[in-house]
Design a protein. Structure first.
Length: 135
């Protein structure tokens, strides 16, 4: 009886350790497992978005931000299928409302994100208590 209880305790501890370190185990074993199993175990769902080439054809590219060259090039290690759909829609909305170019819309969106997080457009914090120099 004591043997069964101790064996059950050891099995429970091993299962707890596997469950606790499942993310590290999953990253270690991911190259050896099928993609659909890794996605199911990691609770990862890929974004449903357009391909980079379709987004570039829709005007979401420029000389400064060439998504086809930077993400579809021969040596690119990009694994995403396209840009973030929420960000794409926000940039499209800014382009339509502000009547600006793709680069200007990206800058406006970036400055809005910075302002929402308490950061000035030049990168300095807006909090008066923040220490920005030591002299």
């Amino acid at each position: 009886m004591l043997f069964h209880i101790s064996a059950l305790s050891v099995i429970c501890v091993i299962l707890f350790l596997i469950y606790y370190s499942r993310r590290r185990l999953l990253t270690f074993l991911a190259p050896y497992l099928p993609d659909n199993l890794v996605a199911r175990l990691s609770h990862y769902t890929p974004l449903q978005s357009y391909a980079f080439s379709e987004q570039a054809a829709a005007g979401l590219t420029s000389g400064n931000f060439d998504i086809e060259r930077d993400n579809l090039a021969e040596g690119s290690s990009e694994s995403r299928l396209g840009l973030d759909e929420a960000g794409v829609e926000e940039v499209r909305r800014i382009m339509a409302l502000e009547r600006c170019t793709f680069d200007q819309a990206r800058l406006i969106r970036h400055n809005r994100i910075l302002a929402k997080n308490g950061i000035a457009p030049d990168g300095t914090p807006l909090d008066r208590k923040a220490i920005t120099r030591l002299s």
